[in-house]
Design a binder for this molecule. Structure first.
Ligand SMILES: NC(=O)c1ccc[n+]([C@@H]2O[C@H](COP(=O)([O-])OP(=O)(O)OC[C@H]3O[C@@H](n4cnc5c(N)ncnc54)[C@H](O)[C@@H]3O)[C@@H](O)[C@H]2O)c1
Length: 215
């Protein structure tokens, strides 16, 4: 199959590209490289540097197909600390650098963390389903920032004493998604336990956060 991936040089996109290549697809990436990196891409991938807001250029490239999934907080190797689940990267990097991670607020705020390899499987399953639809992709489990600190401490093999700072105005207090429809319609479920996913992020940073690393 020939597949076009927009944002394919980014964190999630580059993992999706790897999975598509692994199953033998021919991949074209459209990316303006505003936050992505060409070095994340396997040499077999064709990269066209353009903004998808440039309608004329896009129309010249696309015979569009998009399964458009609702992702919870995706984390894993290659994630920029500024990403939507960047707290795992940031905290692991802090611990490895011997610094205290900073928690904004009291740390009871929750998110639904789904490992990037699981999110990739969801994209492939949605594409393979051959039909349009909207599916939530997450674990359904609320994990607090304090829980994360404990998990990272266990992975690092040391107790972590976080610093606390003022809460960020407007921050969502609780978040998790119901992924039942993805289970029943796509046969998809998250499979990576959070401690295992965190361990992979930790090891990735420890090894110098290389661009090319499997999920
Ligand atoms: N990471 C998460 O937890 C998460 C959760 C929910 C939704 N999302 C969404 O998934 C998408 C990818 O997230 P990510 O974490 O991989 O981010 P990312 O910044 O690593 O990847 C985004 C990619 O899109 C490219 N890009 C940005 N604007 C572009 C444009 N106008 N034209 C072409 N390319 C463009 C960037 O260069 C980059 O390669 C984003 O839309 C994000 O909002 C992410």
């Amino acid at each position: 199959m020939r597949v076009l991936v927009t944002g394919g040089s980014g964190f999630i996109g580059s993992h999706i590209v790897d999975a598509l290549l692994a199953r033998g697809d021919d991949v074209l990436v459209l990316d303006d490289l505003s936050s992505g990196r060409a070095g994340r891409l396997d040499p077999r991938v064709t990269l066209h540097k353009l903004s998808i807001t440039d309608a004329a250029a896009l129309n010249g490239e696309v015979a569009a197909y998009e399964p458009a999934l609702r992702l919870a907080n995706v984390y894993g190797p290659r994630q920029d600390p500024a990403g939507e689940a960047g707290v795992i990267t940031i905290f692991c990097a802090s611990v490895l650098a011997g610094r205290e991670p900073t928690i904004y607020g009291d740390g009871t705020q929750t998110r639904d963390y789904v490992y990037v390899g699981d999110a990739v499987r969801a994209f492939l399953a949605a594409g393979d389903s051959g039909r349009p639809g909207t599916w939530n992709i997450g674990t359904g489990v609320e994990v607090s920032v304090l829980d994360l600190v404990a998990i990272i401490g266990a992975v690092a093999g040391q107790g972590i004493r976080p610093a606390f700072a003022a809460p960020r105005p407007g921050e969502l207090q609780r978040s998790a998604v119901a992924a039942d429809r993805a289970a029943s319609e796509l046969g998809w479920r998250a499979g990576t336990p959070l401690p295992e996913g965190v361990r992979r992020v930790y090891r990735w940073i420890e090894s110098g956060a290389p661009d090319r690393v499997p999920c």
